[in-house]
Write a protein that binds this ligand. Structure first.
Ligand SMILES: [Zn+2]
Ligand SMILES: [Zn+2]
Length: 251
């Protein structure tokens, strides 16, 4: 056993004390502790989103109806969005839902790697978002207090991993969240919009506003109102092509 292996061995042993050794989804024992409790077999069960969906916002369409390529949902037909396109990798259900909970609330940050890999794979095969033309990758920010409480921004960790993989510039503080907003659950569309009004702003300490094409990363797309609010601010500094990629999609 080399020194390195020895330390790895000790670390594994230590981690196995902290994290449960069985998969949170199927109960199968996880032989080596990876720092997260979802086994490889279950990770493969994550259901990727496939066509048909709205060309603009990515909202999945019913499979029973034939949709033309580039079809838009009623929301996108009636309203101009600040973003260019939104895409989500997988449905917010089953294993992925568990993974996101383990990441956010049990702080299993090593899950970022396999989850970011799903997003990287998506971007590698995506004709819509040409990653080599993206100037900057940023996450939807957390409010400072929430960030300190959790210790990290899960969307920031995902965004950093993606940016590193594609060698694109990453920023975690171009956009800031000025205050906490109330839960969006149970609010009407109008209330949701008001709830995120003036919550996000461009960090005035940042000077490099020469960004024409940007990729905004979030963990979950639910109502889309936070994403819209972020994109509205980014438009103000002249970002033209605003792509959004989220790991999961709730609706
Ligand atoms: Zn499993
Ligand atoms: Zn749409």
């Amino acid at each position: 056993m080399t020194d390195n292996n020895f330390w790895e061995y000790l670390k594994e042993g230590f981690l196995s004390l902290i994290y449960p050794l069985s998969c949170e989804n199927c109960g199968q024992p996880i032989r080596e502790s990876k720092g997260y409790s979802i086994c490889d077999d279950c990770l493969k069960l994550i259901k990727l989103i496939s066509l048909p969906y709205c060309h603009r916002c990515g909202k999945p369409f019913s499979r029973e109806v034939d949709f033309e390529e580039g079809a838009l949902c009623s929301d996108c037909l009636n309203k101009k969005h600040y973003f260019y396109f939104v895409r989500s990798v997988a449905s917010y259900q089953g294993v992925l839902r568990k993974c996101i909970h383990l990441l956010k609330y049990k702080k299993q940050v090593k899950l970022v790697k396999p989850l970011a890999d799903l997003m990287i794979d998506y971007l590698s095969g995506c004709e819509l978002i040409n990653i080599s033309e993206i100037d900057l990758i940023i996450p939807v920010p957390l409010f400072k207090d929430d960030y300190l409480k959790r210790g990290f921004n899960q969307s920031g960790l995902l965004a950093k991993q993606i940016a590193d993989y594609f060698s694109v510039t990453f920023s975690e503080d171009l956009l800031i969240k000025k205050r906490a907003n109330l839960s969006q659950v149970g609010l009407s569309k109008e209330e949701r919009r008001n709830n995120v009004k003036n919550v996000y702003s461009i960090n005035s300490a940042r000077q490099e506003y020469n960004i024409s094409s940007l990729l905004l990363i979030d963990d979950i797309f639910t109502t889309g109102s936070s994403i819209e609010a972020c994109c509205k601010e980014l438009r103000k500094i002249g970002v033209e092509r605003l792509y959004v990629l989220t790991l999961a999609r709730g609706v």
